[in-house]
Design a protein around this ligand. Structure first.
Ligand SMILES: Cc1ncc(COP(=O)(O)O)c(C=O)c1O
Length: 365
């Protein structure tokens, strides 16, 4: 049984094949078509496709004007990329505590960490379950801070009826190999403000607005680069894979949610397990099914012996020396880090395998 599962649809293979035989592999009409489909099918606002989720997060920090000595508040319950992009801007990551019931950043803990130097809040939708975005955006408005949602796990999630990707000033998605929509590697940044969308489009390609710069008679595009840009655009080959995979996305998401529903029902009363929150005002993208368990290593070993893989996926990131070592005073983070573990959740699981996972957990550890 796999813990992660990569789906490449027949449409993705066909579209990628078309690109490979077209002689145009760089950023072109497939990137545009992929962006349009992300907007029309999933409701993302102004998605600008880039070559990773990390690049999307980094661009968001650049657009938000995060620079040396600024502080960015984020949770430690994430992948290192979320913290590294802050360091890339020579800013200071300030780790807030999380809610034990979700693994998501705690609004109260953000409030306690806001200083004169705070520039942005970077919430992460752990496992695809949306953070308390109304409260976070209200806090950001009061203190004039940018909100950058790390939605690497959350493509397809909704919050109070709105898609993640249409809520805050910036949202970053990842289409890396094991995400539920993959382009091999890739990502997208959504910006609510038009001026920032234009800037994002230029910044992903050296600072040149590719769509609106034409080659002169001399053969090179005419442009003036007014700020440092990057080389993080998506290419047409990756975009073709993403566009093809989008055809199957709804089905994949529904299957993931169905399995998550079965796990919730079957595991709710198992002693030694605490399920995470699943409130009616938001819909998870169901990227992971994270549980809190007693004696986690025993749990992992027992499941392994029954042919079921499980994983913490990411432990808290602040233990890395690049972040200065463990942050004190994060009691919920400490407990979550000790107890969290995820069981397989993906569309490659058969009903029989789902039963096997449930049976393996219920057999005890
Ligand atoms: C929470 C989170 N943020 C950001 C990233 C970075 O995304 P990518 O690998 O596409 O750069 C990941 C990992 O994939 C992640 O899990």
């Amino acid at each position: 049984m796999e813990f992660f599962h990569t789906t490449v649809s027949p449409e993705a293979i066909q579209l990628a094949n078309n690109v490979l035989t077209s002689t145009w592999l760089s950023e072109g009409k497939m990137v545009k078509a992929f962006e349009e489909a992300l907007a029309s099918k999933l409701g993302l606002v102004n998605p600008v496709a880039v070559n990773s989720g990390t690049a999307a997060l980094h661009l968001a920090l650049v657009l938000a004007g995060v620079g040396p000595d600024d502080e960015v508040i984020l949770p430690a319950q994430t992948f290192v990329a979320t913290g590294l992009v802050v360091l890339m801007q020579q800013a200071r990551p300030v780790f807030a505590d999380i809610d034990l019931a979700t693994g998501n950043i705690s609004v109260e803990s953000i409030r306690q960490r806001i200083t004169d130097r705070t520039k942005a809040i970077l919430p992460v939708h752990w496992a695809g379950y949306p953070c308390d975005m109304d409260e976070i955006n209200a806090l950001a408005d009061t203190h004039h801070l940018a909100v950058i949602e790390d939605a690497a796990h959350a493509l397809g999630a909704t919050y109070k009826g709105r898609p993640v990707g249409a809520i805050s000033r910036f949202t970053a998605f990842s289409f890396q190999a094991i995400k539920h929509l993959t382009t091999g590697d890739g990502g997208a940044i959504c910006c609510l403000e038009d001026a920032e969308v234009h800037r994002a489009r230029a910044l992903r390609w050296f600072g040149i607005d590719r769509a609106n710069s034409r080659p002169s008679i001399l053969g090179e595009r005419e442009y003036d680069i007014s700020e440092v840009g990057y080389k993080v655009h998506l290419n047409d080959l990756a975009a073709a894979v993403g566009l093809g995979n989008l055809q199957a996305f709804e089905q994949i998401l529904n299957r993931r949610r169905e399995i998550a529903g079965r796990y919730r029902q079957a595991l709710v009363e198992v002693p030694g397990i605490t399920l995470l929150d699943n409130r009616a005002d938001r819909e998870s993208a169901a990227w992971l099914f994270t549980l809190l368990v007693d004696r986690r290593t025993d749990f992992i070993r027992a499941l392994q012996a029954r042919g079921v893989p499980s994983s913490v996926v990411h432990l808290r990131i602040d233990h890395n020396s690049v972040f200065g070592g463990l942050t004190p005073d994060l009691p919920n983070q400490e407990l979550f880090n000790e107890k969290q573990v995820s069981i397989p959740l993906h569309s490659g699981l058969s009903d029989q395998e789902v039963d096997q996972v449930i049976g393996a957990v219920k057999a005890g550890w």
